[in-house]
Unconditional design. Structure first.
Length: 240
């Protein structure tokens, strides 16, 4: 996926939405009720939709919002159990949108990274050096990193985030404020949810690399994780 277009594994173009260059792009199984993956993007052109969701295989637009200003930030993820599938929000679109593009509640307090942190399958908000839990009436602070700093100026991203230790919850790596070391923060919350290590999912493994390119987006696996999720796929692992 490259902005508003997709390139096949043989280098040929697959499709383009024609929506031009944008400032955020998310790829994952955001609508579990329909087959395949989806692509969520935002546009920085006033002549294009502010935000859109498309089928990842065909590029067909599933929904889009009205045109407007440079929509500089946008996020897709299942952060609230009150709505099936992922939720979508962005800088220039009011409210929190559901899988049909309909506003269902208030916008979260940040429009940046995501992290699976506590014991339930809903994802948490990761911004600057803090982690928050989304709620319809307000977000709840779960962690504030002390003595650490984020990267990339106003984008305020971590050095890296991902399931690097292997229990499906994600760790966050921040640099210390004096740039002398890296700190790894891991979830202290117990969980009964069992999912194979996400690094065995091919897309998620690639996503660990993509978060450091393409405007710094959080990693998404190829299958949905969220409230009411189906049993996750078990990876095929072969030993010589």
């Amino acid at each position: 996926m490259f902005g508003a277009m997709a390139v096949d594994d043989d280098g040929r173009g697959m499709w383009t939405t024609g929506y031009g260059h944008g400032d955020a792009l998310h790829v994952g199984d955001f609508v579990p009720a329909r087959p395949g993956l989806e692509v969520y993007g935002v546009s920085e052109s006033s002549s294009q939709p502010n935000a859109w969701l498309a089928d990842a295989r065909t590029g067909s637009t599933l929904w889009r919002t009205a045109s407007g200003d440079d929509n500089g930030r946008g996020v897709a993820g299942d952060i609230w159990a009150g709505s099936p599938g992922a939720e979508f929000w962005s800088s220039r679109v009011d409210g929190l949108l559901n899988t049909s593009g309909t506003a269902i509640g208030r916008k979260p307090s940040s429009i940046n990274f995501l992290v699976w942190w506590d014991g339930d399958p809903s994802r948490e908000l990761l911004d600057q050096t803090r982690i928050d839990k989304y709620g319809p009436n307000g977000d709840t602070r779960l962690l504030t990193g002390s003595g650490v700093a984020s990267n990339n100026g106003t984008k305020a991203t971590p050095s890296l985030s991902g399931d690097i230790l292997g229990d499906w919850r994600e760790e966050v790596i921040w640099r210390t404020s004096d740039n002398s070391a890296l700190r790894i923060y891991a979830s202290p919350h117990p969980t009964e949810l069992r999912i194979p290590t996400l690094m065995h999912d091919t897309q998620y493994r690639v996503a660990i690399a993509w978060q450091n390119t393409a405007y710094n987006q959080p990693p998404h696996p190829s299958f949905p994780i969220g409230d009411g999720m189906a049993p996750p796929p078990w990876p095929d692992i072969y030993y010589p």
